[in-house]
Design a protein around this ligand. Sequence first.
Ligand SMILES: [Zn+2]
Ligand SMILES: [Zn+2]
Length: 211
Amino acid sequence: MTQARHTPASLPSSESELDRRSVRARTERMTTTALGDALYEVATERDERYLVDLDARRCSCPDHAFRDVRCKHLRRVAIEITEGRLAPPGRLPADCAVCGEELFVPEEAVDEPHYCEDHALEPGAFVRDRETGDRLLVVHVSDRRADHVGIGKSAYSVATYPTNRSYDPADRVVGAVYPQSVSMTDSGPAPDSLRVYSFPRSRLERLSEPA
Ligand SMILES: [Zn+2]
Ligand SMILES: [Zn+2]
């Protein structure tokens, strides 16, 4: 036996009201912005701005505050995240440093350069040097900034080296070789007898096919 339960007056009283809320959450014009820390700003058509805290499931709108319902702003934030248009909690939007495609990156790393799938480099990727047009093979992708890595015994860093000065000093350093005599092994390219050159990452343009 199930017992009938009283519905609190503050909750939507019918299925149809719930449906109307869902429709409004999906169709009304709202602009959502990820602020970090699971906080989102929602701007409505009438330029009202509300703060949604997804962790606490709270919204600053009167509907939420006084009626204790899951308002259309909270729903809209959840929909936009589910459909991939808004950064989930813990992430913020950032542009690919090469093509500008929007990516959702860990919020603590938002100020670092980011790269989309097409422009990420990994050992074994073939690249073109934008300065010389040479084709190279990537053997190492580091987390170190170009202005923090020295070149041999010279006074230059990768960032201050004359042909690298037009690139972002915060670029990560990539090690690459001229691949004429690289042999491929099961564990990837084997360039040990070759000299590895250090480049700021955006100086190297990924080639889609090994030429
Ligand atoms: Zn709200
Ligand atoms: Zn890209």
